[in-house]
Design a protein around this ligand. Sequence first.
Ligand SMILES: Nc1ncnc2c1ncn2[C@@H]1O[C@H](COP(=O)(O)OP(=O)(O)OP(=O)(O)O)[C@@H](O)[C@H]1O
Length: 350
Amino acid sequence: MPTHPGLNAHLTVHHPPTFHLDITLKATPGEVLALLGPNGAGKTTALRALAGLLPLTTGHLHLDGHPLENIPPESRPVGVVFQDYLLFPHLTALDNIAFGPRCQGATKQQSRATAKSWLTRMNLSAHADKKPRHLSGGQAQRVALARALATNPRLLLLDEPLAALDARTRLETRAQLRHHLAEFEAVAIIVTHDPLDAMVLADRLVVIEQGRTVQEGTPTEIARHPRTEYIAQLVGLNLYRGKSTGTEVTLSTGQKITTAEHLTGETFVAFPPSAVTLHRTRPESSSARNLWHCEVAGMESHGDQIRADLKGDLPLTADLTTAAAAELNLHPGTELWASLKATQTHAYPA
Ligand SMILES: Nc1ncnc2c1ncn2[C@@H]1O[C@H](COP(=O)(O)OP(=O)(O)OP(=O)(O)O)[C@@H](O)[C@H]1O
């Protein structure tokens, strides 16, 4: 057992002219971390730095107590599953998986035996002799995962592991990947911009925006207490920041939101779009403590729900059924009143 098991990294990478990545990543063996962030946040840069494909500008990268900075990528105990899998096209599934152990010095026979056992674990035995072009997307993904795992990595990196799959295969492959990650004993890091992949697959999320970590925590913590607009949108919440006195939060625009929690000082207030009730005329007898005048800026349908983007006193999104939207005769430009009960808000210190 190493004295400092797991990952301990401070990664800084400068991409001229203006991009700086500066993040700290720590994870214990068995932990699955998701690096989540919008396009251009620096996720791929972080992954490439961890794999050794990109040098650190400064910082450190320790795995199980050993510095990796000066170790070339092929000699690092790191397995990578690339977004497009990068399987060797001329090799069979079995030989793709056997390649890693063979490079590590195992005999041809040993490497093939290791590959066979991975094919069995991945439920791919029937496809051992197929070349990558004859595999389905989900099968290719599992071969790529097996190829990375067959080298016994101490750090497994997955770059958008489900992005290349269609919706149906994705669901099934996500469940299988979750199962394999649960069995994996070392550190796994998934890079994704899909919040669902991150929430389902990871124990802990590290959210990156513009090269910096903006929030870190379990999926539940992040979903309950988003701290940036990007994260709030990911988890489908309206989010505001302001100053609390008691149960009233005053935003920088002067708007006020009444909450149920009593707080003092800088505060976030979040509420789900489904908590908002829309009215065509100002409700006279509503028990809701919050009432805002607004106008429909845009509409989008989500299954049998309509999500309305509202501008006005307070920019917000509201969900309503298609029937309710028809009854209110909603269309861009419609003027409305939006009400919200204080008990439907969630306030927490900023
Ligand atoms: N080789 C490079 N040279 C210069 N700039 C780069 C290089 N690679 C990436 N960048 C810049 O660094 C920033 C971060 O890019 P990166 O690909 O790491 O983001 P990302 O979070 O993975 O985004 P995406 O989700 O779009 O893949 C971007 O502004 C990008 O333009």
